[in-house]
Every structure is written in structure tokens, then in C-alpha cells.
Design a protein around this ligand. Sequence first.
Ligand code: PLP
Length: 407
Amino acid sequence: MPEFDPLEAFADVRHEFGEHGGVNMSIEASTTFTVMHAGTMPEIFQGRRGPDTGGCYLYGRHFNPTVYVLGRQMAALEGAEAGYCAASGMGAIAATVMQLCNTGEHVVAGDTLYGGTYALLNDYLPAKAGIRTTFVDARDLAQVDQAFTAKTKVLYVETLSNPTLRVADIPKLAELAHRHGAKLVVDNTFTPLVVSPIQLGADVVVYSATKFVNGASDIIAGIICGSTEFITSLMDLHLGSLMLLGPTMDPKVAFSISLRLPHLGLRMAEHSRRALAFAQRIEAMGHKVVYPGLESHPDHALLARLAHRDYGFGGVFALDLKSTERANQFMEHLQNTERFGFMAVSLGYFDTLMSCSASSTSSEMSEEARQSAGLSPGLVRISVGYTGSLEQRWRQLERAINAVGLP
Ligand code: PLP
């Protein structure tokens, strides 16, 4: 990776004193904002004044100062010009795609995506907005190239595909997208700090901040980072997807998340350290593990090239138990006998979360689509937490593997 250091960039923007000099910013819990001169109001509506031009705020669904600070902090972490927030990851993704595509236009997307994103692109947007998507194997650059049409506006991928953990070659995909006059949008939910997509050429990065960014599984939230022009366009009074579809982040939510960003680096490093240790030990037992930190992973060298040094290869690994029954038996044993973690969807929690993707978060995909994406019915996705000691958790995991047996 180049010299960009996300934590240094973050430290530069973090100093935002509270109203009375507090070390934390204040929460601006107001839905509407006072102007001192009546003439200011039309200027805000005309887009001539705003948070960056005269310091004026209009209304909470437009920009809110607390939410705006979180957006700026996330933009700094990404090395992006600007950032703003949404009520959920899906709010961020839907607003981004709809902002970049009009009716009749086209998206090229990786064929393994979070199930909700897949349904948005495959089902919702064609039916509701006439925006169509061609799904491709994002690791096959020739296939990606061929999928572009004159109408393609967006190439959409996840840095680490959910749940198959293939790695997107962001610099090459950015080059392809730009050659076709499209924008590269990257969902970096699995790998905050591990990879900085904007630095690698992506135009927009989106997050489900419900996951690692937040870290406590108590808040649903989304983030969008990109150029100032793009973020401003999302708030346009006539055509802004965040402004008009309204997936607004509450300022109290923004405040809570802002308190967790300073330790995101420490958390990511520990998630990754434990995921790597478990993956290596399971592999040493002679079992197959899907984890991009392992040299046996087909995209290991690529991720090693794209990733920053200090945060490892991410906190998620997967085991293929081949059948749903076997996967369920394994997860039940881990949760109910070993107390190793929770059988629950989602990821990025401080405790371990595990789910069988084909019958849960990827169930929006048809069986055929799952097969072509290499998503086995028995694939168990494990988001590794950092509660307890590593050795204690390993003993629990090892006992469960020996009790249930991996195929
Ligand atoms: N992107 C990815 C990779 C996800 O895993 C998820 C949710 O699981 C989402 C987006 C959607 O985020 P949210 O649930 O915050 O709307």
C-alpha cells in the first residue's frame, strides 16, 4: 500500500470540541436550524450556503452537524474528499446506486454480494426503477470487461465478497470501470482499515456501519464516502437520493459511532489476529478453511498487496460443512455446548457470530446463483470476536471440530 495512513488522517480531523469544551463533540439534537437573517434561508435552498459554505444548516434530513462530523471522520479514515451517513448499510447502498443510475441505465456487479444488495440489484431496482444489473465473477476481469454496455454507470463489488471471501482487485476494476465511463463502488463492510478502496482507485466506498465500524451489534447504520461533488449530489433538493428517499442517520447514532472510531484499528487488528490464528490451526489439523490471510487462499497475494500492514486480513473466515444439516449441527454445538459464540447473522461484533449463509444472509440468491458463485449450502461464516482469551476460544473451537467432524 502507498503511504496513506488512515489513523493519521483520522487524528487530524478528530478534534471537535463539545459545546462547553468537552473532549467529545456535542450532539446536535435538533431537526431544524435557526437563521439570523431571513435572506440566508433561500441561499441554503439554492445550494449557495451549507455546512461547507457559510456554516449554515437547514434541516435534519439535509445535513446535521453531528452526522456531518461522523461523515468527515469516516472520509478521513478512507482518504476520501467527503463522507456522509445513512440510517443503514442498505440505505447507503440503495442511495448510492440510485444516485449514479437513472432509469434504463445499467450496473455490472460481482456475483457474490450480501443477499440484501443482491436482491436490491436483481429484483428491486429492475422492477421499481428500470435499472438492470449483470452479475459477473469479479475475479475474471475479461468477464467483467465484457459485461459493460453503453448504459453502464456503476461497477459494484465487495472488497471481500460475502460470504465466499474472494478479494476484489480494486485497482484493476477501477481502471476497467473508468475506461467504460462508469464509477467503481466498493462495499468495504468486511474490511474497514484493512483496505482503503478510495486510495486504490474506487470512486465511492459504502459501509454497513452496523458491523465492524460500530462493533457492538447495537446500532444499524450506513456510511458513504466519495468526492465532495458526489456527497453533495446525494443532498440535492430535487434529485438527491439521501435527501429525497430519506434514510437519515439520527445524530445520537452518529455520536455513538464516533466514540467507537478511535479504537476501530485496535479492534480490527485483534479480530484479524484471532481469525488468522484459528484458520491456521484448523488448517494444521488437515481441514480446509476459507480465509484470505492463509497462503492457501487463491487471493492471498492480492489482498497482501492491497491491504495496509497493521490490521491483518479481516475478522471473518468460513468453513464448508457441505450440507445445511452438518452446518447447523456444528453451530449448535459451538453455541450450546461450548458457548463459543452466537448463532446469529451479522458480523463485526466483539463476540463471535456464526451463520450458515446459504440459508440466511444469502437466501435471496437462487440456488443456481449460489452454485455459480461457489456458495455451498453448508458454508458456515464465522465473524471472530475477541472476548475471552484466544487459547480458551481455540479449545472450544477445537473440541467442536473434533466432536462434529469436518468433512
Ligand atoms: N453490506 C454487507 C457486506 C453486509 O454484510 C450487510 C448486512 O449484513 C449490508 C451491506 C447491509 O447493511 P445493513 O444491515 O446495515 O443495512
